[in-house]
Design a protein. Structure first.
Length: 365
């Protein structure tokens, strides 16, 4: 399994943050050279400067699609020097999500070689890959744009879960801005003004009342007070205040109704800044077989979001899955546990061997 470790390490060395779009392009070019070296046909999409690579059958289909991304959150230069310690590969992107791109590419190279030895071609591939460059900032120019241009029966977003947990539901995202307006005055005579911060605080508590649900697994909508901007001087009553809120919701929520209720309950202005769909998949024969091959891991939900949210939009069943990373994504100690990564390779390879027997060329919907 050394090729997976080496390729993941190579990818980690690219500082592919969104503050460095040149590095995202360079990382994409590196992957392109890997595909060319192995004689694998691919297609590159560029939408609004975001590169995405697709490897599919010549007819634009994939019985199963492996999804990954190469963009990462910001980090100091030292975190882009990979290292292996105690069976773990450390570095920015090691678990989110460069192991996934490397795993997909190694599986692809192995399968192309296997098919050629049997006198077959890329048209006989039992899976395809999608590697995008904007998951960390919403994925709309990457995975979403690419999914609109392919056909697949089942997708595996290698970007969450763990070896013992397959994710079939992820919360959706709604981001709200609250705006409160007041009247400025000198701080020595506050009775002459109307304090916008105080108005915003009152509206916040009214907003918070719509997020009172509790449950042991926290599978309910949640609210995070993320940012606030107000005031120009300490000796002045502020006449303007705004705040941003991150809301995560489940399949049990009607967010249009929730937003309408919020608007009725607060005095200020409510602006919907961004919405992202939730991910919820159905039971499929592919999922059932994968669960059996994997030794019947837990099937559950995840509070975070990934590019899997676009699968629901396009009616594509799928899962979110990956190796163990001890919840280290985005942290200074980000890492992937190599034993679980190698086990994931074994499971996926066995799964694709079975898929190859049941999905002849042209069978994807």
């Amino acid at each position: 399994m050394q090729p997976i470790v080496e390729l993941t390490s190579d990818l980690i060395r690219f500082k592919s943050m969104h503050s460095r779009p040149d590095e995202i392009r360079n990382c994409t070019a590196f992957i392109e050279s890997y595909l060319v070296r192995h004689g694998i046909g691919f297609r590159r999409l560029d939408q609004n400067g975001v590169p995405t690579l697709l490897v599919l059958r010549p007819d634009g289909t994939a019985p199963v699609l492996l999804m990954s991304h190469i963009d990462v959150v910001d980090a100091p230069d030292a975190l882009f020097e990979p290292r292996v310690e105690n069976g773990r590969l450390f570095g920015r992107g090691s678990i989110d999500d460069k192991y996934a791109a490397a795993l997909s590419l190694v599986l692809l190279a192995e399968w192309i070689e296997r098919l050629r030895a049997a006198g077959k071609t890329q048209a006989d591939l039992p899976f395809g890959i999608l590697i995008s460059g904007d998951e960390e900032i919403g994925g709309k120019n990457g995975a979403r744009a690419a999914l609109a241009q392919l056909r697949t029966d089942f997708a595996i977003a290698l970007d969450g879960g763990n070896r013992n947990k397959i994710v079939v539901k992820e919360k959706g995202i709604l981001r709200l801005k609250l705006i409160a307006r007041g009247k400025t005055a000198h701080a020595a005579r506050p009775w002459l003004g109307e304090n916008a911060i105080e108005a915003l605080i009152a509206d916040y508590f009214a907003l918070k009342s719509h997020f009172a649900a509790t449950a042991p697994d926290h599978w309910h909508r949640t609210l995070n007070f993320s940012r606030i901007q107000a005031g120009k001087a300490v000796n002045q009553v502020p006449d303007y205040a705004e705040a941003l809120f991150d809301i995560r919701y489940t399949e049990n929520d009607d967010m249009q109704a929730v937003v309408a209720a919020i608007r009725r309950d607060i005095r200020g202005e409510v602006e919907v800044v961004e919405t992202e769909p939730l991910f919820q998949s159905e039971n499929t024969p592919q999922l059932a077989r994968l669960i059996e091959i994997a030794g019947r891991p837990e099937v559950g939900c995840e509070h975070g979001a990934s590019d899997a949210r676009f699968l629901s939009e396009f009616g594509i069943p799928g899962i979110v899955w990956g190796p163990d990373g001890d919840d280290s994504a985005h942290s200074p100690e980000e890492h992937v546990n190599l034993d679980s990564l190698f086990e994931l390779h074994r499971i996926l390879d066995e799964f694709f061997r079975e898929m190859a027997l049941t999905t002849p060329p042209g069978s994807s919907k």
